[in-house]
Structures are given as C-alpha cells and as structure tokens.
Design a protein around this ligand. Structure first.
Ligand SMILES: [Ca+2]
Ligand SMILES: [Ca+2]
Ligand SMILES: [Ca+2]
Length: 426
C-alpha cells in the first residue's frame, strides 16, 4: 500500500513540473547566472538623482550656465513637420499609407547631406582655422549617440569621433544654439538642456521613454584632447571602443580575423561554422523558422536541415530586399549596431548576415548599461546546455524585447529536432 502511495506522489510531482523539465533535466541551467532573468526580475527603473545628472559625466566635459540661452522648445524638427503635414491629409486609419509617406519623405530628407552626414541629424557645424566640424546624433530612437565628424582638408576626408554622450543621457544638445561650435582650437561647445529619464519605454504599450528637464540653460564644453584619441587608428576612437564596442583600443583588429574593427560586423569574435552556430542562425535569421522541414510558421516542433543554412538565409534576405527596397546606405548605417547578450561561445561566433552585432557577456552587459541605455531591449541567450538525463539533447533560453522562449534541441543525423518548451510574449 505504501508503495502505491509513493508512486502516486511521484507521478503527481512529475506531472506538476514544467513541461521542458520532462524533456530535459538540466541542473546547470537552474544554477546558471548567465541568463539575465534574475537581473530583470529584481531590476526596477529609478531615475538618476538630479544632482548626479548635473555632474559632468566625464572629466573632459565642463558645464556652465548661461543668462541668455536658446530654448529647446523653439527647435523645429522640419522632417517631422513635413511628415505630419502630409499624413494629416489622409484618412486617420491608413497606417500603411502613412508609413509609406514617412518613408518617402525620410528618403528625400536624409539624402541631403553636409559632408557625408544627412542634414536632419546634424546639430551644429563649425569651421575654425580651416578645420570643419559637424556635431550630429545617430538615428536610433532609444539611445541616439552624439558624434563629432572632423575634416582638415575642406571636406575631402572626414574622421569620426564618439563624444561618449547619448541623447537624453543627460544632455539634449540644441541645434538652435547661438554659440559657435568651436570654442577654440582644443574645445567645442554646445548649448544643452540637462535632462533625466523619468519613465522607461515599455513595450509595446509606450515605446518611448519620458524625460524631465532639470536645467535649460547649460553650455557644455567638450575638450577634444580625449575625444580625438584613436590610438590604433582603426577609425573608432578610444572612448567608443571602451564604452560602446568593448573592442581593443590598441588593436585595429580585435578578433584577428583580418577585418578591421570598424568594418567588422562582429568585431569581437571570429565567426565559427558548426552545428550549433547554424542552429542559432536559423532561429535568429531564418524567417519564422522557415528553413525547416515541414515547417509551419512558429511551430512548436520542427526539424532543421543544416546543410544549406547560409545560402538559404542569404536568399531570404535577398527576397526581402526586393519586397522592401532598402534605403541608400549612408555613413550613419555603419554606426548602427545590435547588442546580443550571451555567455555562449558558439552563439557569440555565429554569422550575423550583414547586421553589425556586438556580443557581450552578461557581466560585460552590466558595464555596458552604465554608459549606454539598453535595459529590456537587447536580446539575451543563455548558454546552450546539455540535458543531464538525455543523450544529444540540449536546452537554451532566449529572452527578447517582446517575447522569450525556451528551446530543447535534439541532435539527429540530418540536423536538429527543435522543440519550443515554453514561451512568453507581452
Ligand atoms: Ca581605435
Ligand atoms: Ca580597435
Ligand atoms: Ca576583426
């Protein structure tokens, strides 16, 4: 009788454990600290203190406050005005048409350039003793970054320098500043509002963060000595290598693969090509896993065939480009990148198909967040771990901006059987 009771208890217990645990028992995953889940579960957004926002972020920055200053509310975004004017002429529920309008106006406006920088992103230009400078911001809407582009030969050649500053963190540079950009040969200056984020973006309900202005009359001076330092002359200044890319500021080619840090789409890790990298590439780049046998969109179980993964993904990308014509590439596109957080060596070395990607370990990511806004939208992969109780079976968790999944992979002669164990979505 006792024996039956025990059996009954065991069966109740195993029935109530999570579905993926039935397929895969993995102690390492339970103990693992490389998933950011724990980090997110205790993370709570808190605005930085006002007094900290007022402190200069780096020692090459100095701030003074002006009696007479330009007002940021007088800055007109001429591209947005043009778009709104055109969109207001159509029926309110035609999202697709308004998207088309936005796209066509942006294509025209962003093709107007000063040097090689599209005019809409330029904050201010200046010339001193024949040296041209452009202060501009990148287009990424969550964390636009401020850069300086400089030419000593009247615009023939330009060099690019990250200022270490992100839009809104904590300076909103003013394009209507009355002060000349060059303060003197060693310093540039720009008027700014000092702001702090008071509400984080929340997807998908409120995708834009909210800000509060703390001071509206600052004049920020940036000392060029630090900003112009590009020790290894790979085109990325030391500040950006240290704070953004986590590449080696003293090596042109951090991962030693023959491609220089600036052009390398995965500058920190040499690409690998094995069954694991191909599998992750299918999950990440295969359109809705369509590179699989008998596949429906987002099936919970499918078999991957690994032989032609690279060619298949490339073909999908080509097809997409004929459907949606990509915009003319500008210099700004070269500064665009993604961050993927993972402690898995194979995932860090996957092919990224033209998407500049910075792979960071979970530890590095916490450092990255000190200088870059990034909470909640950079995807995180756990390590691919072997299940303790099954042969050739592995488990992986993925958490992204609006969805997350746990995968179980089983190695079979033709490729992998992939099971989606559990899934969340906002
Ligand atoms: Ca460099
Ligand atoms: Ca470098
Ligand atoms: Ca390289």
């Amino acid at each position: 009788m006792k024996k039956y009771l025990l059996l009954l208890l065991i069966s109740i217990y195993s029935f109530s454990t999570a579905q993926e645990m039935e397929i895969c028992k993995c102690n390492l995953l339970k103990k693992s600290e490389d998933s950011l889940n724990t980090f997110y579960s205790i993370y709570k957004f808190k605005p930085i203190l006002k007094k900290n926002a007022l402190k200069p972020q780096f020692d090459y920055i100095s701030i003074k406050y002006l009696k007479k200053f330009s007002k940021s509310q007088d800055i007109l975004d001429s591209v947005e005005i043009k778009i709104n004017t055109e969109v207001s002429k159509i029926a309110p529920d035609t999202t697709y048409i308004s998207y088309k309008i936005r796209d066509s106006i942006e294509r025209i406006e962003y093709s107007k350039k000063y040097g090689d920088i599209p005019k809409p992103v330029i904050i201010k230009t200046g010339k001193l003793n024949g040296i041209l400078a452009i202060l501009y911001r990148t287009r990424y809407s969550f964390n636009p970054k401020y850069y300086l582009r400089i030419s000593s030969d009247n615009g023939k050649n330009w060099k690019n320098y990250y200022t270490g500053l992100e839009g809104y963190k904590n300076y909103l540079f003013k394009s209507n500043s009355q002060y000349p950009l060059w303060k003197d040969h060693d310093n540039i200056q720009i008027e700014a509002d000092i702001v702090r984020m008071i509400e984080e973006p929340l997807f998908p309900s409120s995708p834009f963060p909210k800000y509060e202005t703390i001071k509206n009359n600052a004049l920020i001076t940036l000392s060029l000595k630090e900003i112009l330092k590009d020790s290894d002359e790979d085109g990325i200044n030391d500040i950006e290598e240290k704070l953004v890319y986590f590449t080696n500021p003293f090596s042109k080619d951090t991962d030693n693969d023959g491609i220089n840090d600036f052009e390398d789409e995965n500058p920190r890790y040499k690409n690998l090509d094995n069954d694991f990298t191909r599998l992750i590439e299918i999950l990440r780049f295969g359109d809705y896993y369509s590179l699989t046998k008998n596949s429906n969109v987002r099936m919970d179980e499918f078999i991957t065939d690994l032989k032609t993964v690279h060619e298949d993904i490339q073909r999908q990308i080509k097809n997409r480009e004929t459907e949606f014509k990509p915009r003319e590439k500008s210099f700004l596109d070269l500064l665009d990148f993604r961050v993927i957080v993972t402690d898995d060596e194979n995932i860090r070395r996957m092919n990224t198909y033209g998407e500049k990607t910075i792979f960071l370990t979970s530890k590095e990511y916490l450092k990255y967040l000190k200088y870059n806004y990034g909470i909640s939208y950079n995807p995180n992969y756990s390590r691919i771990l072997k299940c303790d109780d099954k042969k050739d079976t592995y488990i992986l968790t993925f958490d992204g901006l609006i969805r997350g999944e746990t995968y179980i992979f089983i190695k079979v002669p033709e490729g992998w059987i992939v099971r989606v164990g559990s899934r969340w979505q906002t």
